[in-house]
Ligand binder design. Structure first.
Ligand code: HAS
Length: 542
């Protein structure tokens, strides 16, 4: 690796883990408060910690890690080093995002932006909090543009060649991200900033939530797709096998590009102001976006089985024993895959309108995203870290580090079992999400919830130790002995079909996507604006 590229990648990865640590501290404290086990000193509020936890973990840890990982893979697969302009844009993006993150964190710590990670109006933050978000988003666009420019240069200099799968996936991910963030950019620039500075008096709450979820759902796929990049491209190599099908992987990413965005209403199924017809349309599209995940599951099983059979596995499940269970580079992401089965099933429950009425705004939803992003995605990112850091630094992981990595993964799974299991159960018992410790005047139902609240807090404490161990592991990786660490990129099986060229006709896919967005959003958005204007007559209080 070129040292300049390695520095850019490492800056992103290390900042990501710094955010993970800070978010972890906020997370454990807030879990203990909710379980009624501690009272916070110095006027620190539960919702303030909840905001810090959500912003630092869900928005900052993920975005930095993803950009670092994507840059590393683009450099690795497009000729070994980044184009200088891409590298410079990467650093510009890093600087803008870091400025925005630090400003946002200070405002949250000063209790001036206690609006949770979704910053729904009419909760109002200090205007500079919204400005800080602009820096983070614009910074991420710089990195996205860097990836596109590097890709375009490679295409020009390698005419007629199929783009390496990793870079193809990176382009899809960043394209989806940029199109999705346009929604939140409109919300922040045209609604929240003017309203919080006092330039306009009111804000159309339904519109702001709609713009947020236009962005908010693809946001979760922005977290997921880099994990899928690892599952498709890295894992087959780590297990010593080959990728089942490169074309199928590309098709699933194209489907994510098309169906991730026009589905935001499934987060608003219980909201008035949006007609059921449009909710129905978006629920149908939501079930479309499940298909590429099912294709991914199929592809992974096929990869495992193909490899197993090639090394002598017999019977239906013989391949299972041939997987490298003692290698953390495999073990952590594999546990992420395994957990994604119940996590995805939970998503299907959420997306079903009638069932959503039972789980919406309960702790069930919090349980759902602690399995998806905080387990499947996070464990995959941890698994990547074990080879990414040493390969950037020209070092080699020792057996001790590998063992600590496996312990870290198990600790995470145990903590999450208690935490997310309790959240799902409490949600079904009716316990609302996003509430501080309360027994609702000692209502008998809430007394019944208490043991689960305590189990949730215990899970949170175990997870905090797992975060600390992850940081220790990173420090060890940074000072590992000098040596070579492979950047694992798998080859495609000889039997696989070649990817058709249409997959790289971006004009076609973006046009289809624009049509889908217009179909899913034009009329409902016009209705919402007609109903109350851009700045509403007054706040809606739902
Ligand atoms: Fe979700 C709410 C629906 C996936 C994250 N979701 C959230 C929120 C977050 C989030 C953060 O429809 C809360 C937002 C907030 O603060 O309000 N979600 C879905 C659906 C899916 C889904 C249909 N979500 C995710 C992913 C996330 C994520 C991924 C983060 C990374 N979600 C919802 C809905 C809500 C929601 C509603 C709103 C709820 C409400 O009322 O507020 C689907 O994409 C899931 C599809 C997944 C699968 C699983 C495929 C399995 C695979 C693994 C294969 C395993 C192998 C190993 C090969 C169908 C690929 C096997 C080995 C063996 C040995 C067996």
């Amino acid at each position: 690796f070129d040292r300049r590229d390695a520095s850019l990648v490492l800056a992103h990865i290390l900042f990501a883990f710094f955010a993970l640590f800070m978010g972890g501290v906020a997370g454990v404290l807030q879990g203990l408060v909710r379980g009624g086990m501690v009272t916070l000193p110095m006027g620190i509020g539960y919702y303030q910690l909840l905001t810090a936890h959500g912003v630092l973990m869900a928005l900052i840890f993920t975005t930095y890690f993803i950009i670092g990982f994507i840059y590393s893979g683009v450099a690795r697969t497009l000729g070994g080093r980044l184009l200088p302009i891409a590298r410079n844009l990467g650093w510009l993006g890093f600087a803008l995002m870091t400025f925005g993150t630090l400003l946002a964190t200070v405002l949250i710590l000063l209790n001036k932006a206690t609006v949770l990670y979704t910053f729904y109006a009419p909760l109002k933050a200090d205007p500079w909090f919204y400005v800080s978000l602009v820096f983070v988003v614009v910074g991420s666009w710089m990195s996205g543009i860097g990836v596109f420019l590097n890709y375009r240069y490679w295409k020009r200099t390698n005419p007629g060649q199929t783009t390496p799968l990793f870079t193809f996936m990176a382009v899809v991910t960043m394209l989806m991200w940029i199109i999705a963030t346009l929604g939140v950019a409109i919300e922040v620039l045209f609604q929240l900033i003017p309203w919080s500075f006092g330039w306009v008096e009111t804000v159309n709450v339904t519109l702001s939530r709609t713009l947020f979820w236009y962005f908010g759902h693809p946001l979760v796929y922005f977290w997921l797709l880099p994990a899928y990049m690892c599952w498709y491209v890295v894992i087959p190599k780590v297990i010593g096998g080959k990728m089942f099908s490169d074309a199928l992987a590309r098709l699933s990413f194209i489907m994510f590009l098309l169906f991730s965005i026009p589905v935001g209403f499934h987060h608003q199924l219980m909201e008035p102001g949006i007609s059921n017809v449009w909710k129905f349309v978006q629920v149908v599209l939501t079930f479309m976006v499940v298909i590429p995940s099912l294709m991914t599951a199929f592809s992974l099983f096929a990869t495992f089985e193909m490899h197993g059979r090639s090394v002598g596995a017999k019977g239906l499940f013989g391949w299972f024993k041939k997987l490298p269970w003692k290698d953390v580079r495999f073990f952590a992401p594999f546990m992420g895959m395994l957990i994604f089965i119940p996590a995805g099933a939970g998503g299907l429950i959420n997306a079903s309108h009638e069932l959503n009425a039972i789980v919406h705004n309960t702790l069930w939803v919090t349980g759902h995203f602690h399995l998806t992003v905080a387990t499947s995605v996070a464990l995959t990112f941890f698994g990547i870290t074990y080879w990414l850091i040493p390969s950037m630094l020209g070092r080699a992981m020792t057996p001790l580090m590998n063992r600590l990595g496996i312990i870290q993964t198990i600790l995470w799974l145990v903590g999450m079992f208690f935490m997310s299991g309790s959240m799902h159960t409490l949600g079904l018992l009716g316990s609302p999400r996003r509430t501080s410790f309360t027994t609702y005047q000692d209502h008998p139902d809430t007394i019944l919830w208490m043991p689960y609240n305590v189990a949730m807090a215990i899970g949170g404490v175990i997870l905090f130790f797992a975060v600390v161990l992850m940081i220790v592991n990173i420090c060890m990786l940074m000072s590992a002995p000098k040596g070579e660490t492979e950047y694992p990129i798998a080859e495609v099986s000889e039997q696989a079909e070649k990817a058709p060229a249409i997959f790289e006709r971006w004009g076609v896919w973006v046009s289809v996507l624009v049509v889908l967005i217009l179909v899913a959003y034009s009329i409902p958005v016009m209705d919402i604006i007609n109903d109350a204007g851009i700045g509403a007559k007054g706040f809606r209080t739902w």
